[in-house]
Design a protein around this ligand. Structure first.
Ligand SMILES: [Ca+2]
Length: 223
C-alpha cells in the first residue's frame, strides 16, 4: 500500500514536469511600459517603439494630445494569442474619446495625415467606459478585421488623442496567453518564478529518492 502511494506521488511529479515542458502548465510574468518612466513612445510610424512583452499582462501607459502620436510593436510569441486589450485607466479633463488602430508587421504603413482603414486590421474610437477593446477593433468598418483575438505574430499599434488641449492618459493591458492554458501560474517577478520551479523540482527529487529507498529496503516483509 505504501509503495503504491509513493509511486503515485512520483507519477504526479513526473506528470507536472512533463506538462511544464509541453507548455500545458505555463509560467507568466508581467511587463509594463510607462511613458512617465520609460520615455515618450515613438511618434514615427516607420520606427515604432518595440515593446518587450511576454505571456501575461503587458501594460502600456501613455499620454497624448493632438500632435503626439504613439506607435509601438507588440509581438505575440508562437503558441500564444493576444487575448484582450483592456482599457484599465483613462484620465482626461474633457475628452472621453481617443483612438487606437492596429496593423500586421513591425511598421505602420498608413499615414496619419491621410488615413485609410482598408489596410488596417482594426481600429476604434475608444471611450473611457470601455473594457476589452479588441473585439470592437476587429469589427470596425472598412478594415480587414479579425475575430476577437489576434494570433501569434508582429503587430504595430497606433494610439492617439486628437484633442488640441486636453492631454489624455490611458493605460492599456495587452493580455497575452498561451494557447494551452490548462493551468496558468502567475508570478510578478522572476525570482518568485525561479523559487517556485526549484522548490517543485527538489520536492520531486526527494519523493523519488524516498520511493527508491523504500523499494530497496522495504520496512515490512510481505508473506
Ligand atoms: Ca505620448
Amino acid at each position: 500500500m505504501q509503495n503504491k502511494k509513493q509511486a503515485k506521488q512520483v507519477y504526479v511529479f513526473l506528470l507536472l514536469i512533463s506538462l511544464l515542458f509541453m507548455g500545458v502548465v505555463s509560467v507568466t510574468a508581467d511587463t509594463s511600459y510607462d511613458e512617465s518612466i520609460d520615455g515618450d513612445l515613438s511618434g514615427d510610424r516607420l520606427a515604432p517603439t518595440v515593446l518587450s512583452v511576454t505571456a501575461g499582462n503587458n501594460r502600456v501607459t501613455a499620454s497624448s494630445v493632438r500632435g503626439d502620436l504613439e506607435y509601438f510593436v507588440v509581438t505575440v510569441p508562437a503558441g500564444h494569442q493576444l487575448k484582450q486589450v483592456l482599457l484599465e485607466a483613462y484620465d482626461s479633463t474633457a475628452d472621453q474619446t481617443a483612438f487606437i488602430a492596429v496593423q500586421s508587421g513591425t511598421t505602420f504603413t498608413v499615414d496619419a495625415a491621410s488615413p485609410s482603414a482598408s489596410s488596417l486590421l482594426g481600429w476604434l474610437h475608444f471611450t473611457s467606459s470601455m473594457t476589452n477593446l479588441l473585439p470592437s477593433m476587429g469589427s470596425s468598418g472598412g478594415a480587414i478585421g479579425f475575430d476577437n483575438i489576434l494570433p501569434a505574430g508582429d503587430y504595430t499599434f497606433w494610439t492617439q488623442q486628437t484633442n488640441p488641449t486636453d492631454v489624455t492618459t490611458y493605460r492599456l493591458n495587452f493580455e497575452i496567453e498561451p494557447l494551452a492554458t490548462a493551468v496558468t501560474v502567475s508570478h510578478t517577478n522572476a525570482t518568485a518564478v525561479s523559487t517556485w520551479l526549484v522548490t517543485l523540482m527538489l520536492s520531486g527529487l526527494i519523493l523519488i529518492s524516498v520511493a527508491l529507498t523504500r523499494q530497496a529496503y522495504p520496512a515490512t516483509v510481505s508473506t
